[in-house]
Design a protein around this ligand. Structure first.
Ligand code: MN
Length: 151
């Protein structure tokens, strides 16, 4: 079996121990996003965009900005399977990412621009609404920012 971009996801987990969904790349295009509040060793929020048949994912230590003009560090993490978008629950002690996960926000996004280092999109969630960008500044480190201009 070959998991095109989910090798990293697969390698980190034991699916006989974690309730997380197994790796599976989908061919169905989508436009959903999710933010999962993850009470791991360090609390963080995982921001995920449904793209390329997977969830492109970033861990945001302070949470995604809800107000315009604020930027937050977002660390790129491994792609997750699309099925992860509904995942909530407890990752057992001793497993990768051990701790509870719950959905903090979800909704639809519209991609406006995408390069290797920049994603621009609008979000339509309950908490995250408006124009956002992710800008890479160093390797896996990005800034997530909410633009002042609403759309
Ligand atoms: Mn996480």
């Amino acid at each position: 079996m070959k998991y095109t971009t989910l090798d990293g996801y697969l390698r980190k987990r034991r699916f006989n121990r974690t309730p997380e969904p197994p790796p599976k790349v989908t061919k169905v295009p989508g436009n959903r996003f999710v933010v999962q509040e993850h009470h791991a060793r360090r609390l963080h929020w995982d921001f995920r965009l449904e793209l390329d048949g997977v969830l492109k994912s970033w861990a945001v230590p302070k949470g995604p900005p809800e107000e315009p003009g604020i930027r937050r560090l977002a660390v790129e993490v491994e792609d997750h399977p699309v099925d992860y978008i509904t995942f909530e629950g407890a990752i057992p002690k001793g497993e990768y990412g051990a701790g509870t996960v719950r959905i903090w926000d979800k909704g639809k996004f519209k991609l406006k621009r995408r390069t290797k280092d920049i994603y621009e999109f609008t979000l339509k969630g309950k908490r995250l609404i408006g124009k956002y960008a992710l800008v890479r500044f160093k390797e896996r480190n990005w800034l997530m920012l909410k633009s002042k201009q609403e759309t």
